[in-house]
Design a binder for this molecule. Structure first.
Ligand code: C2E
Ligand code: MG
Ligand code: MG
Length: 625
C-alpha cells in the first residue's frame, strides 16, 4: 500500500547510513518505502487571531505500531538509525509542504545532534539550495530543536546554528522548561523562538505558580529578544490568560488539531476568545502562597568566638567592636552559644574575675540555648518567638543561619520589625480575614483593564451601620459579617470575568466585566440584607435594628446592617491610572450610602433609573443583533 518515495526525496537517499539503507528492521524498511508522512498543526498569532505558521509532526501508517512519533523514535533508537530517521522526517516535512504549495511558515522538529549531523552531510553552503529544491524559501522554515539534554557537542552545534541562520532559516527551542539544560541552551543558541512546554500552560488560569513561572520566562525572553510560543493550549480560560499576558503566539488543540492539510483560520471557539477584548481575571497568589517568607531580615556580619576562645579574648573583642550587642560562639560552622555583651561585661568587671576566669573558655558565661533563625524561615516561626515565654531575644538578639551554618546576628527590634513588615506586606496581597486579594492585586487588575482599553464597571461596596453592630455584638460577629460580604460577592460574580477584592475593614472592590453587573450587584445587596439578619438577635430583628452609641457617644437607634454599592462605568481612554478609578469608585460609594437604595451608579443614577438603563441597553443589543 505504500507509495514509492517522491522524486525529490530520492536525493536524500545519498545522505543515509548503510544501517538505514540496508537495515532489515521495520522502520528502516518503512523509510525506504516512503511510508512516513507529516500532519500539520497551526500556530496562532494570539494578538491578531490568525494562523501564523504550522508545525510538521511525523506519522507512520495509521493503525500500525509505528504510527506516533514516540513509537517511531523508540524504534529508530532500537535500530540505531536515529539520525537517519530524523533527517528523513525533515525532508518529508519539506517535501510535503512544498508539494501542497502551502503558504506560510513551517516549523520542523529536529534534535541538536541530528542538526549537527545534517548540516555536516549537506554542507553549510548548500542548506538554502536544498530547501529551495523543495519549492520553499529557507526564510519560511523554522527548525525546532527538541530533546535538549541530548546536546553533546556545543561548539559543533554553534557552527550548525550559524549555518542555519546563514541560509535565512530560523531556530526555535522546543518544549522549554522540560529539559534540564534548556536555559543554558537558550542563552547559547539565542533562538528566534522559544516554545514553552505544555506543563506550564495547562490550567494556567487556575495555577498562580505557573502564571508566575510564565511571567518569569517572559522576562527572560525580553532580555534575550526571543519570541515566545505557548504550547498545549486546550481550554478557553488558558487561552484568555495567555492572551492577557501578551504571549504573542500559541499552539494547541483549542486553536487547531494536527491535520494533513494546512488551515487558513484557527478554530471558532479560540477565535471567539481572541476577538473578545475583555480581560481575564488572573489567579492571584494570595491564597496559595506561603504566608510570608521573611523579606527584610537584616543580618549583621559579626566576628565570632569558638569554644576555645578565652574570656579575656571575648572582652577584647567587645572592646574593639563597640557596636556589638552579642557574640556568637561557633564550633566549626555551627553556632553553639551566644554571649550577651552587657551580661558578660558585668561579670568581667567584678573583682578577681580576670584572675580566676580570664584564660578559661568563654562558654561558662554564654547562653547555650540561643535563638537561631534560618535565613528563609517562615514568618510564623518568628511570630512564635515573639509570643514565647522566653523573651531573652529582646536583649540577646538571635543568630541567623543559612542551612545550619552561622551567617550573622540579628537584634530583637529587627525581629519585631521584620515580622510586622512581612505581615503588612502579606495583607496587601491577600486579606487575612477573607483571603480575598488585597490592594496590590486590586490595583494591578484595574491597571491591566485600563491598559487593555476594555470597558468595565468598578464598584466600591461598604456596609451601612456596621460600626454599631461591631460594638454591640463584638468583633467575632463583626468578622462573620465581613466574611458574609466576601462570600456573597464571590458567589454572585463570574470568576472568569469579575474580580472581587477586599480593601480592608468592611470595604470591598468589585470589578465587573459581566454585562449584567447591575443584576449581580442587586442580588448581592438583597441577599446580604436577608442573611445579615441572622447575625442579629431576635429582639433586634423584631425592632429592625439596635440601640447603640453613635460616634459622639450618644445612644440612638441604628437600623440593621445593609450593603451599599457605588459603581462607576469606566470607558476606554477615560483614565490612565488605577488610582483615579479607585477614587471615583469611593466617591460613588459615598453617594450610595446617602441614598436608600443599595446600588448607585456615579453620575446621579439610582437603582430604578439603572434598571431602566439596563433594559434599554438589552433592547439595543437585541436590535443590533
Ligand atoms: P512537540 O514538538 O512538542 O509537538 C507537539 C506535540 O504536542 C504533538 O504531539 C502534538 O500533537 C501535541 N499537541 C499539540 N497540541 C496539543 C494540546 O493542546 N494538548 C496536548 N496534550 N498535546 C498537544 P506528537 O505529534 O505526538 O509529537 C510528539 C513529539 O514527537 C513532538 O513534540 C516532537 O518532540 C516529536 N516529533 C514529532 N514529529 C517529529 C519529527 O518530525 N521529528 C522529530 N525529531 N521529532 C518529532
Ligand atoms: Mg515541536
Ligand atoms: Mg513542543
Amino acid at each position: 500500500m505504500h507509495t514509492p518515495p517522491p522524486r525529490r526525496l530520492e536525493a536524500m537517499t545519498a545522505l543515509l547510513s548503510p544501517a538505514a539503507l540496508q537495515g532489515a528492521g521495520p522502520l528502516a524498511r518503512l523509510m525506504r518505502q516512503g511510508g512516513l508522512h507529516c500532519v500539520f498543526q497551526p500556530l496562532a498569532d494570539l494578538r491578531e487571531g490568525s494562523v501564523y505558521a504550522h508545525e510538521a509532526l511525523i506519522r507512520g501508517p495509521q493503525g500500525s505500531p509505528l504510527h506516533t512519533p514516540d513509537q517511531l523514535l523508540a524504534c529508530a533508537a532500537r535500530e540505531r538509525i536515529l539520525l537517519d530517521f530524523e533527517l528523513v522526517c525533515v525532508f518529508t516535512a519539506l517535501e510535503q509542504w512544498g508539494r501542497q504549495q502551502a503558504a506560510g511558515r513551517l516549523f520542523v522538529n529536529i534534535s541538536a545532534d541530528a542538526l549537527v549531523h545534517g548540516v555536516a552531510l549537506v554542507g553549510a553552503q548548500r542548506l538554502g539550495e536544498v530547501v529551495r529544491g523543495f519549492g520553499l524559501s529557507a526564510r519560511m522554515v523554522v527548525l525546532e530543536i527538541t530533546e535538549h539534554e541530548r546536546v553533546t557537542d556545543m561548539p559543533q552545534l554553534r557552527q550548525a546554528i550559524k549555518a542555519v541562520h546563514g541560509c535565512g532559516a530560523r531556530l526555535a527551542l522546543d518544549d522549554f522548561g522540560d529539559g534540564r539544560s534548556s536555559l543554558r541552551l537558550w542563552s547559547e543558541v539565542k533562538p528566534d523562538f522559544v516554545k514553552v512546554d505544555k506543563y506550564f500552560i495547562r490550567d494556567i488560569s487556575d495555577h498562580p505558580e505557573n502564571l508566575q513561572m510564565l511571567q518569569a520566562i517572559k522576562g527572560i525572553a525580553d532580555v534575550f529578544g526571543t519570541t515566545l510560543i505557548a504550547e498545549g493550549i486546550e481550554t478557553r480560560d488558558d487561552l484568555r490568560a495567555l492572551r492577557d499576558l501578551d504571549i504573542p503566539y500559541g499552539q494547541g488543540w483549542l486553536l487547531g488539531r494536527p491535520a494533513t492539510a494546512p488551515r487558513a483560520a484557527v478554530d471558532g471557539p479560540a477565535l471567539d476568545v481572541l476577538h473578545d477584548r475583555r480581560v481575564a481575571v488572573l489567579p492571584h497568589l494570595g491564597q496559595t502562597a506561603r504566608p510570608g517568607i521573611l523579606r527584610s531580615l537584616l543580618v549583621v556580619q559579626a566576628p565570632t568566638a569558638s569554644p576555645a576562645t578565652s574570656n579575656d579574648a571575648v572582652a577584647a573583642m567587645f572592646h574593639e567592636h563597640t557596636d556589638l550587642h552579642a557574640l556568637a560562639v561557633v564550633d566549626g560552622t555551627r553556632p553553639v552559644a551566644l554571649i550577651n555583651r552587657q551580661q558578660f561585661m558585668n561579670h568581667y568587671a567584678t573583682l578577681y574575675f580576670r584572675e580566676v576566669h580570664g584564660r578559661k573558655s568563654c562558654l561558662a558565661f554564654a547562653n547555650h540555648a540561643p535563638r537561631v533563625v534560618e535565613l528563609d524561615c517562615d514568618v510564623d516561626q518568628l511570630v512564635g518567638i515573639l509570643t514565647s515565654q522566653d523573651q531573652r531575644y529582646l536583649n540577646d538578639g538571635y543568630i541567623v543561619t543559612d542551612n545550619g551554618r552561622y551567617l550573622g546576628l540579628g537584634t530583637g527590634d529587627q525581629l519585631v520589625r521584620a515580622v510586622t513588615e512581612t505581615r503588612i506586606e502579606a495583607a496587601r496581597h491577600a486579606n487575612p480575614l477573607t483571603f480575598l486579594p488585597g490592594n496590590i492585586p486590586i490595583s494591578l487588575h484595574m491597571q491591566r483593564l485600563l491598559e487593555s482599553g476594555t470597558e468595565f464597571v468598578a464598584c466600591y461596596a461598604d456596609l451601612n451601620n456596621f460600626k454599631p453592630f461591631n460594638d454591640h455584638y463584638g468583633y467575632w460577629r463583626g468578622d462573620q459579617m465581613i466574611r458574609l460580604v466576601a462570600r456573597l460577592a464571590t458567589a454572585h460574580c463570574d470568576a472568569r470575568r469579575d474580580f472581587v477584592g477586599h480593601v480592608g475593614g468592611d470595604d470591598f472592590m468589585l470589578i465587573f466585566q459581566s454585562s449584567n453587573w447591575l443584576q449581580r450587584c442587586k442580588n448581592i445587596v438583597d441577599e446580604f440584607a436577608r442573611e445579615a439578619l441572622t447575625l442579629f438577635d431576635e429582639p433586634a430583628r423584631q425592632a429592625g435594628g439596635i440601640r447603640a452609641e453613635d460616634r459622639h457617644g450618644v445612644q440612638r437607634f441604628f437600623p440593621c446592617t445593609t450593603l451599599a454599592i457605588g459603581a462607576v462605568r469606566i470607558t476606554p481612554g477615560r483614565f490612565r491610572h488605577a488610582e483615579e478609578v479607585a477614587n471615583l469608585a469611593a466617591l460613588a460609594k459615598r453617594e450610595a450610602k446617602q441614598t436608600a437604595s443599595g446600588v448607585v451608579l456615579h453620575g446621579g443614577l439610582t437603582e430604578s433609573s439603572l434598571g431602566a438603563l439596563a433594559a434599554t441597553r438589552a433592547l439595543q443589543d437585541v436590535l443590533a443583533a
